[in-house]
Design a protein around this ligand. Structure first.
Ligand code: ATP
Ligand code: LTN
Length: 333
């Protein structure tokens, strides 16, 4: 990795707070795979972020490992990329604390994810949920990432990260690279199949396709997808949010353009279109599901991947962390 210093760097992560979804695949992971040759990439399982809402310990442990198997199964090469678990690299927490001292209460109060999640978990609004974006900024800035491939919902957090970095650089001279969000043109916001007005999310099993769903479950969910009372397969986000979402999924899964898809289903009605989308997704996910299942049986291999990833990540993280500590006036260890 050190020999490729001229390559630009990428950081991204997903919380092991639920099974990976078609939304996180189309919004984020698909791009991680596409960018892995061109960039030096670190892809993380952000378990420290996951505990900002209550997790069952056994489930958290299982999901973190499953998520690693799924990253690999989606096509992320552990030789090319640094694949690791956030809590294995304590520098994230250390830089997170420091950056929290350069972040305003008001900035964090404006984060829409905090507003949404604190409304959902009214009985457990922790300080960790509030400072979540600071830890996310630490994730990104520790590695001097240039690009952060995420779905549209994470744009605000990446922008806050830039603001924190800019503020720090202004106070102490250039320290952090300013990261850019990388949001796909198509698939940045996949909507729930049960309610096309809200984002497809792990915590909504009916409207959500999980990467590990069996083909019959995928087909059932697509056949039941909420649409409208018309019959034409046309992209119109305002008036036909359900069909527009299905078209987006179909095109992202097959690589076809909206025009090609509309032409393909012209005059055919939803009874033909909905199962066709289901089949495209089943075919997209089949190799991922099969390979993830195979990998999960090989715990020793998965362990070797996350161990090596943590070592490589720590080496890079230490460089930034010691620079930051020196700049703010901590005595070197
Ligand atoms: P939660 O419901 O717990 O908030 P989530 O389902 O939104 O979780 P995350 O783990 O927060 O999923 O997201 C992982 C990555 O996938 C992020 O980059 C996020 O922007 C992206 N992503 C998540 N859901 C979608 C979606 N429906 N459409 C496009 N991208 C998505
Ligand atoms: N907040 C992100 C997960 C996340 C992340 C990151 C994404 C944590 N740290 C750093 C990109 C870069 C989410 O998906 N909810």
């Amino acid at each position: 990795m050190e020999n490729q210093a001229r390559k630009k760097r990428i950081f991204s992560g997903i919380q092991p707070s639920g099974d990976l979804t078609l939304g996180s695949y189309m919004g984020a992971i698909k791009n991680w795979v596409a960018l892995q040759d061109e960039y030096e990439c670190l892809y993380c399982i952000v378990d420290m972020h996951a505990i900002t809402v209550r997790q069952n310990p056994a489930d958290l442990r299982r999901r973190a490992l499953e998520q690693l198997a799924q990253y690999l199964a989606c096509g992320l090469d552990p030789q090319k990329n640094v694949l690791f678990i956030q809590s294995h690299v304590p520098q994230h927490a250390e830089l997170g604390w420091i950056l929290g001292c350069y972040t305003q209460f008001g900035e964090l109060s404006r984060m829409t994810q905090f507003k949404d999640k604190s409304a959902k978990h009214k009985d457990n609004i922790t300080a960790g949920l509030f400072t979540y974006p600071v830890l996310m900024a630490a994730d990104i800035l520790l590695y001097q990432a240039d690009l952060v491939p995420v779905g549209a919902d994470q744009k605000q957090h990446v922008e806050l990260c830039r603001d924190i970095a800019q503020r720090f650089n202004g106070l102490y001279s250039d320290t952090f690279t300013l990261p850019e969000p990388f949001i796909p043109k198509m698939g940045a916001r996949i909507m729930s199949l049960g309610n096309p007005e809200s984002k497809m999310s792990k915590s909504d099993p009916d409207g959500c396709i999980y990467l590990m769903d069996k083909p019959e479950d995928v087909m059932r969910k697509f056949k039941r997808a909420v649409t409208d009372s018309e019959t034409s397969v046309k992209f119109d986000k305002e008036n036909k949010p359900g069909i527009s979402n299905l078209l987006t999924i179909y095109c992202t899964a097959t690589g076809k353009t909206l025009e090609e898809a509309e032409a393909e289903f012209a005059g055919q009605g939803y009874g033909v279109f909905k199962p066709a989308v289901g089949e495209a997704v089943v075919e997209l996910m089949r190799p991922v599901r099969e390979e993830a299942t195979r990998l999960l049986a090989d715990k020793a291999y998965l362990e070797s991947v996350y161990r090596e990833g943590a070592q490589r990540a720590q080496y890079l993280a230490n460089k930034t962390l010691s620079k930051v500590q020196r700049k703010i006036g901590f005595i070197a260890r």
